[in-house]
Design a protein. Structure first.
Length: 477
């Protein structure tokens, strides 16, 4: 029991003393770069002296290698197999024995221990776990396969070579229908990894030139590496004959049939036949095109095109019927013409309607402006009233009455005596006409010269006190 207690106290004291050495527990660095392994003696107690510092490398937790030693009395010593890649910071210090490794190799990964020998506490240690990151070389390419097999084959391959730690490979879009993934990882002699991923499927012409992405994720990469692959599948030609419009009539010129081939690799040979026999001499067959200069009755029947590549052959046929006369415009052409005519009529109607509305609006605006403008004529000059015409007579013309009715007599009051040459200020009074009397008048050519009908009952009273004066006629607008 006493022995166990002493062992526990020794371990506890060792742990407390170990806290005096400050190091970085975990360090990651990319291969080829420079590394600084920090080590510092902290909280050195009074009376404690440092006699020696050293670095020990433990790559696999079994074998230990003394990398560097610094003793104030004996100087600096380095492991000969490391050459000049490992050095103390210049100048070396017992209180700060940090170590420089340049350049870092992939094999430098492991545990590094900084050991400081002190008196009277003994050796104090600090450990740093170094992870060396190696950027992989990533490639992706399609795998050439032939269609028609009954088992899955690799159609694309993605390789992440020489990376550390090992890379993760995935394919996008994820969950491709009909595809499976096979991934293999191998550790190389320099402790790096090579990861190979293959995309498996049943090869068919439908997946030809389909695009997929290989996505590589690895700690040394700033972002995932995305590599695009276009799948390549070899298959025999799939043929379609185009160009027959069901309107081949006698005498029609320059009709063309086209042989469209979908193949991998592309078709290299095209052969035309008519009713299972070579085409006639007046028909020109040039690769995938068949040109008929003039349609004749002997062209009735079936035209066949056969396309061939290194994988195999494929063919397609079209049945041709020769007519005596043309079918005329096709439905699409007739519809286009009718639609064009309707559109033209609609546009013309819109233009005419717009013009009429604009013209009418302009006319109404002109009439309104004329009503609001002042009259363009001048009012008549004042007419001097003399004794001879002191009695004013107003004539009213009626279709039933032709004689002129005299004005009713009226009287006035003189407010003051007017001096000669002045106008007389008078107050006029008139009698209310009887109900039987009617004021009849008709339009006249000289409307401006007519008196206002309100004056038809007015007259000037004969009086010696009335002086000569003048008054102008009323002006009407």
């Amino acid at each position: 029991m006493r022995r166990f207690s002493l062992l526990f106290i020794f371990v506890l004291l060792k742990g407390v003393c170990g806290e005096h050495v400050r190091v970085e527990p975990w360090v990651s660095v990319t291969v080829g770069s420079s590394l600084l392994l920090r080590c510092e003696l902290m909280d050195q107690e009074k009376g404690t002296s440092v006699t020696q510092v050293s670095w020990v490398f433990n790559p696999n937790e079994v074998n230990k290698v003394n990398l560097a030693v610094f003793n104030p009395d004996h100087g600096v010593s380095y492991a000969p197999e490391l050459g000049t890649r490992v050095t103390f910071r210049n100048p070396p210090s017992l209180q700060d024995p940090s170590l420089i490794v340049n350049p870092v190799l992939a094999t430098d990964a492991g545990i590094y221990s900084c050991e400081i020998a002190t008196y009277p506490h003994g050796t104090l240690e600090g450990h740093t776990n170094l992870t060396v990151l190696v950027k992989p070389r990533n490639t992706a390419a399609p795998v050439m396969v032939r269609a028609g097999g009954t088992s899955e084959q690799a159609v694309a391959r993605c390789v992440s070579q020489g990376g550390k730690p090992r890379a993760e490979i995935s394919w996008e879009p994820p969950g491709l229908p009909g595809f499976n993934v096979s991934t293999v990882s191998v550790q190389n002699a320099d402790s790096t990894y090579t990861v190979t991923s293959e995309l498996l499927t049943l090869p068919t012409p439908e997946i030809y030139q389909q695009s997929v992405d290989c996505v590589v994720k690895q700690a040394a990469l700033d972002k995932p590496d995305r590599l695009s692959v276009s799948l390549t599948v070899q298959f025999s030609p799939v043929v379609t004959v185009l160009g027959y419009d069901n309107n081949w009539y006698l005498g029609r010129e320059d009709v063309i049939l086209t042989c469209k081939s979908h193949a991998s690799p592309p078709a290299t040979k095209f052969t035309w036949s008519h009713n299972s026999a070579p085409v006639s001499d007046h028909v020109r067959a040039t690769d995938h095109r068949l040109v008929v200069p003039s349609v004749t009755s002997d062209l009735n029947g079936t035209f066949t095109c056969s396309a061939t590549n290194e994988i195999g052959s494929g063919s397609s046929s079209v049945r041709v019927e020769i007519r005596e006369t043309s079918l005329g415009l096709s439905g699409s052409t007739t519809g286009a013409i009718v639609g064009g005519i309707i559109a033209a009529v609609v546009i013309l109607a819109v233009v005419v309607t717009t013009f009429m509305i604009f013209r009418r609006h302009r006319k109404n605006r002109t009439e309104t402006d004329d009503d609001l403008d002042p009259p363009s004529y001048k009012p008549p000059p004042p007419k001097k009233i003399t004794e001879d015409n002191s009695e004013a007579v107003v004539k009213f013309i009626n279709s039933d009455v032709s004689e002129v009715e005299p004005l009713n007599a009226a009287y006035y009051e003189t407010s003051r005596e007017a001096s000669p040459g002045e106008m007389t200020e008078t107050k006029f009074y008139t009698e209310i006409p009887d109900g039987d009397e009617k004021l009849n008048f008709s339009p006249s050519d000289n409307y401006i010269e007519q008196l206002n009908p309100i004056y038809n009952e007015l007259s000037f009273k004969d009086s010696d006190d009335t002086h000569s004066g003048f008054i102008s006629k009323g002006m009407y607008v």
